[in-house]
Design a protein. Sequence first.
Length: 135
Amino acid sequence: MAQISELRQGIANNLATITGLRTGSTIPANVNPPFAIIAPASVDYHKAFKNGLSTYNFTVTLVVGLASERTAQNSLDAYCSPTGSSSIRGAVELDKTLGNKAFDCIVSGMRNYGSISLGDNTYLAAEFDLVVQAD
């Protein structure tokens, strides 16, 4: 059976293929943008007989820079693109097995494009929804 930490690490490994993007398989105390925060959102168990399949939903929160930075929005736009060298979707779906820990992994959508407060700073960020099928 796949462990949530193994799936999270597989997602982090895929995201690390984007040049300059910092990732981590755990939620950091502080972020140094651009940074992708990977967190489980929910798990649906018993999708097949004898616990053969579970659906894991993850949220990747991508923090690109201070909201006041002029280049932050252009940077975030590139990460939100479905294709290209900075594409979150492209990187996550590069290895849909997450290092042979999952049957499938897709980025199902992007949401909450805008400002986010972390500590004393306001950053520009977006959230990506991932669906992982694993045993």
